[in-house]
Design a protein around this ligand. Sequence first.
Ligand code: URA
Length: 233
Amino acid sequence: MDLESILFKQGFGSRRQCRALIAEGRVALGGTVCTDADADFSVDDLAFEVDGTSWRYRERAYLMLNKPAGYECSREPQHHLSVFSLLPAQLPTRGVQCVGRLDEDTTGLLLLSDDGQFVHAYTSPKRKVPKTYLATTRHELDDRQLQALRDGVLLHGENAPIAAAAVSMRGERLLEITVNEGKYHQVKRMIAAAGNRCEALHRERIGSLALPPALAPGAWQWLDEAALQALRA
Ligand code: URA
């Protein structure tokens, strides 16, 4: 593939902007600057540098972000910053989108991708992907509330009760809850319907993929093969 197309497909701007980047000597391969936009390279495992930052050619982008509070999962946020402002510009440019949404005040594991099929598969209500959250509640939890969440609670606008796939107490006001759906404010509404109130919400896991403890709030990383495998498990 020619160098201009490589940069273009990876989201480094319009074709014109990519040609300019190359002409300005800002793109290197194997430590050698290449100023020829038409030079051909095999994209298999191709590593390249733009302005000194290393990238690997990826046909599709799959990543996870440790979402901090105060960010919206939207390209055009209304009241807060966008989670996309935490990513290098070429990722939103190449069409990376959120795989489902977390509320502005929810923290933790957020997946992003430019693979439409992947985004659809992990947001489709048909595919019951378990998502595990840690919820801090205003009031002390009790067995009655936990049982209500296990049995199912009727949320406003729904015609059948929704049950948590799993619930357990991790502290007097700390609830671990797994849900298979992804309805609007679902966990907060379920906790309210069970007679408590969610004061803070953190997503720890999607499928068997856990947020890595070393991934700081606001930081992101590529999903490697093992992570993608954990999602499928
Ligand atoms: N449930 C919620 O209530 N909010 C989220 O952000 C995610 C799940």
